[in-house]
Structure formats: structure tokens, C-alpha cells
Design a protein around this ligand. Structure first.
Ligand code: K7E
Ligand code: CUA
Ligand code: CA
Length: 647
């Protein structure tokens, strides 16, 4: 325990950053009490000289004082919360949450007609029918893992963020300009989309997604007791139209995926080459594999129509026995996990998980492999031992790799160049440093490291357990996202960040790449349906304020302008289906309104110059109040009105 306490004290002091310099100038005595710095008050309980020295030497920290902005955006997966979170780095302040597959009470995500359409229109007809029988229009939850920003020529282009939903086999797209989800697509013929990465060149392009589970194809009741007849499915989605491009049948299952920087290949790990259905079966073989997908060969087959069609998607056969030009299988020690392409575009690193090593594959050798010039194993140019349980690797753009090692609870920094030398039999030790993290780290990612602009400043270690590092909040504990300064020769832990379940993965993007708007364009395609509806009612959306009645259906077009709604009352008849359409006419930054109808499960956000709607059955006679729930004005409480439901 003492050791952990010391480490904790050290990290807190590191957090003091530059401010601690001042403290040390004034003598160590000044560190004995609470020290106020920037955005918080931290207690430095013991003033060990060596600790103070370490902090002084560091000279920079994660502290971003009030009034100052962060240098980076962090896009965090919310795991089985189903959302995406936006953080500022290095402060690690949570700036926003973007609801994706979840229901969200503040913004009305999943309650408004617009969000419900987004959540349902990309489902397969078969799923829609199935959900209808349960009285649902879409799923209510999701399990997100891998957020990735769209690329143009290997650099982030700030258009979109894509993320997977393992639990209901979907992917979603978030528009960066407004930080809202705009498309959700269910992947047919597959189950449990886990790995997700993007085509980097020439642009995104494809969204590559792995089905983690193997299923019969078609999955209609046949072959259920014959897992050998199941298939794994690799999918490519067109990220611009959010429609299926093609799929590949593979041997084994698929876990994580990444793509190269030339637009030629994607590569996925497989932990179940045994094609088993139990833990014992899935860990039986001494080796599994990665499968490399030859995008051009697949595209040509699809173009030539040399495909099977399943649920309207062209599918090619990339299984081992098909001996196609679509895939190559590289043997890797038992049950590998993460796949991470190096930002220089030369290599891709496969993380061993059950093997204490990582594998470095050279993309140029993959060209030779498909050309038949070399064998499968020859694409591996390094295989350094890093520690127990390597899961994911990231990079600093200076030739170093950083691997998260789950069982050892460490981030291990190693040199790619020295690992390659060592593999050739030359004398070299690739390991540079091993840093303890707290505890059991899953993903790790460094600033800009998923693009060719890797800048090696910050690294996050997303730890699955926080143990004794935070106040006890009951049996369910937060996880611990740690921030590490990697700008110098040595990694330095600078911040602990408790998080709600479960940020598997995160990307760190320089703020220059992210340029959201402040006020909606009232004619955004997002509002096209509402414009069309208003037009069909002879009205202009966002201008007219009127109630339209049509055979038991009532449409209420209402404007909100601080601190009033354009209607303080409206009447409907018991049994009417009521659609309330709110247009926020305030053109002021940060002036969101809301609309809540008491007792009717209606509550949503309407951003500046936005429109939003919800539909409900007015089935209880009486007076029902509606109000604005978004604090917008000194008279915000008075921003209310009454719905009369006539018996
Ligand atoms: Cu390792 Cu889903 Cu990327 Cu979790 S995955 S850690
Ligand atoms: Cu409008 Cu509160
Ligand atoms: Ca296995």
C-alpha cells in the first residue's frame, strides 16, 4: 500500500505542474499544506525533497487554468453507456457528451422524431419488423468501443467521427461540425461489430468493421449446431453515404482492425481460429492469425459481379480454403488483440495478449506476399517481448511505440527500429521504459497518433480498474483514464481521470482539426423533413406559429425566443396524436432552449436556430403545462404554457 500511496502522491504533485516551481522557490515548507492551483485545490501532504525535484524538473503539467483553452480534443468511447464523450486535453475536462446509441434525457436523443428517425432508418427491414413486434422503433442501448475521425490522405479532416456498437451490430457517424450523430447503420449478415477503423487514403472512404462473432450465413435457423459452418464477416461501409459497400467471409473470427496509409490493405486479428464456441476451444490452439484484406482485389470482384448476394450486400469468399486473392492469413501466437498502424505508414503492430510479445508487420512485404514472392511469416519484421498481456500500441512519431500491457499494468515504451534490428539478430534492446499505470490498462493512444501527424506530446492510458485512487462510491467503481506526458525522453504520469463505464478507446486530435459551428444553419439537411412538413401545411418553418388540425392529428408549430414561447396555450382533443414542432429563433451563441411537456415523456433540446419535434398521444383530459427546461434567461422559469386536453 505504501508504494501505491507514494506513486499517488507523486502523480498529484506532477499535476501541480509549473505552479509547483513557485512553491519550491519559496521553500519546501510551502508544500506541506493545501496548494491552490489553477482549476483545483490539491493537497500535497508530504514534502519529500526528491518528489519536489522530480516535479520541478518536469516543468509542465496537465493544468489548464480557468479562462484558458485546451490544445487538444479527446474523443472518448463511452463503452456500454452507448455514447461518445468529448474531452479537452491536457486538462482532461469533460466538455460534452454526444448521445449515439443510448437514450439521453437532456437533449431528448431517442425521444425526438428526428433522432428516432436517425436511430431507425439504417436498420435492416428484418430488424425493424422484429422491433415493431416488441413495440419499439429502434434499440435502446449500444456498446461503443472505437471512435475514429475521418481522414484525407492520412490526416484528420474534421468531417466525421465513426464508432461501432458491438451489442446491436451497428456503426454510427457523428458530424463534427455540430457534434451530433447523423447516421446509424446496422451491418447485415454479421453479429457484434467490434473492431472499427477507417480507410486513410485517399480518404474515408471505407469504414472497416469486424464481426466478432461467427454465425451461419444466412442466419435463419440452419446449421445452428454446426459451428464449423459458421463464418466470420469483414465489412466495408461507404462512410460518405453510410451504406454497405461489400463483405468478406473469413476463416476464424475477427477482433480488432486497422488499415494502411496507401489505401491497399486492412488487417484484422483473430483469436478464434479454432472456430470454437467455448473458452477452452477458443484458447486451444498454440497460434491464431491476422487476416490481411486486399482491397483492390475485393473491389474488382465486386465490380465484376463475382459475388454472392446476402441481404442486398455483395459478399466474396476470403476463407482459407477458397485460396483467393482477397486475403492472406499470417500465423500469430495464441489470441492476439489490438492492431495499430504506425504513423510513418510503414508498419502495423499486432498485440499478443496471451503472448508477451508484439508483432511488427511491414506493409511493403505484404505487397510481396500477395505477389507470391515471399511466404506468410516473412511479412513479420520484429517480435519484441514487452510484458504480460499486450493489448494496444500507440506511437509518438519519433520512432517509438507505446504498448499497453494489461497484466503488468504498464505502458511500455519501445523503439521500432531497435526491435527490427533485434529481430535480424543484431545486438539491440528495444525497451526504453516501463511506466506503472493504475490499473489493468486496456487501450492507450497518443496525440494525433492514429494519423500521419503524430506529434508525441500526450498519451492516455485507459485503465479498467481504479482500485484505491478515488473516494469510494459503492460497489460500482469508476475507471481511471490516466494522462501521460511523452514529450520528453521519459514518460511522466500527470493526471488521474475517473470515468463512467467504459472508455475502451479514445483519440486525441489537435484543436486545429476540429471546427464546430456555434449556431445551427436553419436549413441544415437535418431539418429537411420538418421543412417539408411545414410546407405541406402551408407554413414556413421557424417563422409561422400555428396549430394545424387534420383528422385526429394535431401539429403545433411553435417558436421559442427567450424568455417566451410563441404560444402560451393550445387546445387538443382527448385521443389526438399531437406533434409539437419547436423552432428556436434566438440567434445567440449558447442560447439553447428546451421543450418539456409535463407527464407526457416529452423533453428535448432546441439549439440556436434549430428545429426539433416530438409526437405523443394526448390521452389524459385536463391542463398540462409545458416549459423550457434549458436555463436561457432571468425569466426562464416563466417560459411556460398550457396544453388543454378537452374531454
Ligand atoms: Cu481492447 Cu473493444 Cu479495442 Cu476494449 S477493445 S480494451
Ligand atoms: Cu428558454 Cu429556458
Ligand atoms: Ca485462439
Amino acid at each position: 500500500m505504501a508504494t501505491d500511496d507514494n506513486k499517488q502522491a507523486l502523480s498529484r504533485r506532477d499535476l501541480l505542474g509549473t505552479s509547483i516551481k513557485v512553491a519550491t522557490v519559496g521553500g519546501l515548507a510551502s508544500m506541506a499544506g493545501p496548494v491552490a492551483v489553477g482549476s483545483g485545490v490539491l493537497t500535497a501532504s508530504v514534502g519529500l525533497p526528491q518528489v519536489a525535484a522530480a516535479a520541478t524538473q518536469k516543468g509542465k503539467g496537465a493544468d489548464v487554468p480557468p479562462g484558458q483553452l485546451d490544445e487538444y480534443y479527446g474523443f472518448w468511447s463511452g463503452g456500454h453507456s452507448g455514447e461518445v464523450r468529448v474531452l479537452g486535453l491536457p486538462s482532461m475536462r469533460e466538455l460534452m457528451r454526444i448521445p449515439v446509441f443510448n437514450r439521453e434525457s437532456a437533449t431528448g436523443w431517442g425521444l425526438t422524431n428526428e433522432s428516432r428517425k436517425i436511430l431507425s432508418e439504417g436498420l435492416t427491414p428484418e430488424t425493424r419488423e422484429f422491433l415493431k413486434k416488441q413495440g419499439m422503433v429502434t434499440y435502446d442501448h449500444g456498446d461503443t468501443h472505437h471512435p475514429r475521425m475521418s481522414y484525407t490522405d492520412g490526416s484528420y479532416d474534421g468531417r466525421y467521427l465513426f464508432i461501432n456498437d458491438k451489442s446491436n451490430t451497428r456503426i454510427a457517424r457523428i458530424r463534427i461540425d455540430i457534434m451530433k450523430t447523423d447516421k446509424v447503420l446496422e451491418i447485415p449478415n454479421a453479429q457484434a461489430i467490434h473492431g472499427l477503423r477507417l480507410q486513410r487514403y485517399p480518404k474515408t472512404g471505407y469504414v472497416f468493421c469486424n464481426s466478432e462473432m461467427r454465425t451461419p450465413l444466412p442466419n435463419d435457423g440452419r446449421d445452428m449446431n454446426d459451428p464449423k459452418k459458421y463464418v466470420g464477416i469483414f465489412s466495408a461501409v461507404d462512410g460518405d453515404s453510410m451504406t454497405m459497400a461489400w463483405q468478406v467471409k473469413v476463416s476464424g473470427n475477427l477482433d480488432n482492425v486497422d488499415a494502411d496509409y496507401k489505401g491497399k490493405y486492412a488487417v484484422s486479428t483473430c483469436y478464434n481460429s479454432e472456430e470454437g464456441t467455448t473458452l477452452a476451444e477458443m484458447t486451444a490452439a498454440p497460434a491464431d492469425h491476422v487476416v490481411i484484406f486486399n482491397i483492390k482485389a475485393i473491389e474488382e470482384a465486386v465490380k465484376a459481379g463475382k459475388v454472392e448476394m446476402h441481404q442486398g450486400v455483395p459478399v466474396v469468399d476470403g476463407r482459407k480454403e477458397a485460396q483467393s486473392m482477397f486475403t492472406r492469413y499470417i500465423p500469430i501466437a495464441s489470441n492476439p488483440h489490438g492492431v495499430n498502424a504506425t504513423p510513418d505508414g510503414k508498419y502495423v503492430v499486432i498485440n499478443g495478449k496471451l503472448s508477451p510479445t508484439v508483432y511488427v508487420i511491414e506493409w511493403d512485404k505484404v505487397d510481396e506476399l500477395f505477389a507470391g514472392k515471399i511466404g506468410e511469416k516473412d511479412v513479420i519484421v520484429a517480435n519484441p517481448e514487452v510484458g504480460l498481456g499486450p493489448l494496444h500500441t500507440t506511437f509518438d512519431g519519433r520512432g517509438n511505440a507505446y504498448t499497453s500491457v494489461f497484466l503488468d499494468s504498464q505502458i511500455v515504451k519501445w523503439s521500432i527500429g531497435d526491435a527490427i534490428k533485434q529481430h535480424k539478430g543484431e545486438k539491440a534492446n528495444p525497451i526504453r521504459q516501463k511506466l506503472d499505470v493504475h490499473y489493468q490498462v486496456g487501450h492507450t493512444n497518443a496525440s494525433m497518433a492514429e494519423s500521419k501527424d503524430a506529434d508525441g506530446k500526450w498519451l492516455v492510458a485507459l485503465c479498467k480498474f481504479s482500485k484505491d485512487r478515488f473516494l469510494n462510491v459503492g460497489p460500482l467503481k469508476p475507471e481511471n483514464d490516466q494522462l501521460i506526458d511523452i514529450s520528453g525522453d521519459e514518460m511522466k504520469l500527470v493526471h488521474d481521470g475517473p470515468t463512467f463505464p467504459e472508455p475502451h478507446d479514445a483519440i486525441i486530435v489537435h484543436k486545429s482539426k476540429v471546427n464546430p459551428v456555434e449556431i445551427y444553419n436553419p436549413n441544415d439537411p437535418l431539418f429537411a423533413d420538418l421543412h417539408a412538413l411545414a410546407k405541406s401545411d402551408g407554413l414556413q418553418l421557424g417563422v409561422d406559429s400555428k396549430v394545424i388540425r387534420e383528422n385526429g392529428k394535431v401539429r403545433v408549430y411553435m417558436l421559442s425566443h427567450a424568455p417566451t414561447f410563441s404560444m402560451t396555450e393550445f387546445s387538443v382533443k382527448k385521443g389526438d396524436e399531437v406533434t409539437v414542432i419547436i423552432s428556436n429563433t434566438d440567434e445567440i451563441v449558447d442560447l439553447a432552449h428546451g421543450f418539456t411537456m409535463v407527464g407526457h415523456n416529452v423533453c428535448f433540446e432546441v439549439g440556436p436556430k434549430a428545429h426539433a419535434s416530438a409526437t405523443f398521444k394526448a390521452d389524459r383530459a385536463g391542463v398540462w403545462y409545458y416549459y423550457c427546461q434549458w436555463f436561457c434567461h432571468a425569466l426562464h422559469m416563466e417560459m411556460q404554457g398550457r396544453m388543454f386536453v378537452e374531454a
